[in-house]
Write a protein that binds this ligand. Structure first.
Ligand code: SF4
Ligand code: SF4
Ligand code: SF4
Length: 289
C-alpha cells in the first residue's frame, strides 16, 4: 500500500544532530522508540544476526517497540518509525521503490551489512555480463526487472552504515543503544589491525598470508584473524586506504596481482572499483573469485 507523506514524515531532510536531539527528547519523556527491521536484496544473514544475538536482542526489546520485522512477523506496522534497520542492496526496481518508501517512513535509516553498504557478493554481477548471469540463474528471464547492483546510499540518504558480512552483533547493539539514548553512535574507522593489536593476534601478514586487515575497516573485533583466518575485507576499505601501496606490498611478498584484486573485489567490489579508479589502479578482476 502507498504511504502518504506529511511534513512530519520528511525526516530525511533533518541533520543527524537534529535527529539525535529528537531521540534524546523522546528518551527524556520516557517514550519508547518505534523500530522496524526490513530487508531488500540480500541473504537475510544480517537480519538473523540481529535475532541470533539472543540476550542483546531481548534487552533491546525492553527499550523499544519492535513494530515491524517482516522476516518473522506476519503483522507489521505500515506507518512511521523512529529507526529503520535495513539489510540488502538495490538490485531491482522493487528494491529501489522499497528503499525510497522506507526512507520516507523513518527518522533514522540505519543500513547494515556489506550488501547495503558496498554491494558485497550480489554486486559481483556488475563485473559480469548481466544477461548471461540472468540466464545462468533463472529458467525464464522475461519478467526480471533487475538493475545494476548498488548500495542503498546511491538512492536515498542513509544516516548510519554498519558494514560486514554479516555485521558484528556487538557493534549493531552498541550503535542501537546509542540511538535509543540519543547519543552520537560510536563507529570505529580504524583498520582491523588495530583490533588485532588489542587482541594480541600473531600477525598473519607477517607470516606470509594475504590478509586485507591493514586496509579494511574494523569494528568486528578482528574475529577472523583472531581465529587464524586472514581478513577477507568484508567490512570494506578504510576511508584513507592506499590500495595501490597495499597491492604493491602483496606483490612484493609474492602474490599475484590478479589474485589480490579478486580478493579485494569479493565483498567490496563496487567501492574498491571506485577507489581503484580514483587512485589510477587498473583492474582486470571480474570479482568471481
Ligand atoms: S551482508 Fe552478508 S549476511 Fe548481510 S545480507 Fe549481504 S550477504 Fe547476507
Ligand atoms: S593479521 Fe591482518 S589484520 Fe591482523 S595485524 Fe596482521 S595484517 Fe593486520
Ligand atoms: S576480520 Fe575482516 S573478513 Fe573478518 S569480519 Fe573482520 S573485516 Fe570481515
Amino acid at each position: 500500500m502507498e504511504t502518504k507523506l506529511g511534513p512530519e514524515m520528511m525526516c530525511h531532510v533533518f541533520t543527524m544532530d537534529e535527529k539525535l536531539q529528537r531521540l534524546r527528547d523522546k528518551h527524556a519523556r520516557g517514550q519508547r522508540l518505534k523500530v522496524g527491521v526490513f530487508g531488500i536484496t540480500g541473504c537475510a544473514g544480517c537480519q538473523l544476526t540481529i535475532l541470533f544475538a539472543k540476550e542483546k536482542f531481548l534487552d533491546f526489546l525492553k527499550m523499544v517497540d519492535m513494530m515491524a520485522l517482516p522476516f518473522i512477523k506476519e503483522r507489521n506496522d505500515k506507518g512511521k518509525f523512529d529507526i529503520i534497520i535495513l539489510e540488502g542492496l538495490v538490485a531491482s526496481k522493487e528494491d529501489k521503490r522499497r528503499a525510497e518508501e522506507l526512507r520516507a517512513r523513518c527518522d533514522v535509516l540505519m543500513c547494515i551489512g556489506a550488501c547495503a553498504v558496498h554491494g558485497c557478493v550480489p554486486a559481483m554481477k556488475n563485473f559480469m555480463d548481466n544477461p548471461e548471469v540472468e540466464r545462468a540463474v533463472y529458467a525464464k528471464v522475461d519478467y526480471l526487472n533487475s538493475l545494476q547492483a548498488t548500495p542503498v546510499s546511491k538512492h536515498v540518504k542513509v544516516d548510519i552504515e554498519l558494514p560486514g558480512c554479516p555485521p558484528d552483533e556487538n557493534q549493531i547493539y552498541a550503535v542501537l543503544t546509542d540511538l535509543v539514548l540519543g547519543r552520537p553512535p560510536r563507529i570505529t574507522h580504524n583498520p582491523v589491525c588495530v583490533e588485532c593489536v588489542k587482541r594480541e593476534v600473531d600477525c598473519l601478514l607477517v607470516q606470509g598470508k594475504p590478509c586485507l586487515g591493514p586496509i579494511t575497516t574494523g569494528g568486528c573485533d578482528a574475529i577472523c584473524t583472531a581465529a587464524g583466518h586472514e581478513c577477507m575485507g568484508c567490512r570494506g576499505p578504510t576511508e584513507d586506504a592506499n590500495l595501490t601501496a597495499f597491492v604493491d606490498l602483496l606483490i612484493e611478498k609474492g602474490f599475484k596481482r590478479q589474485d589480490i584484486e579478486k580478493r579485494l573485489h569479493t565483498y567490496a567490489g563496487l567501492l574498491v572499483d571506485e577507489e581503484e579508479k580514483a587512485q589510477g589502479l587498473k583492474s582486470d578482476a571480474k570479482g568471481d573469485g
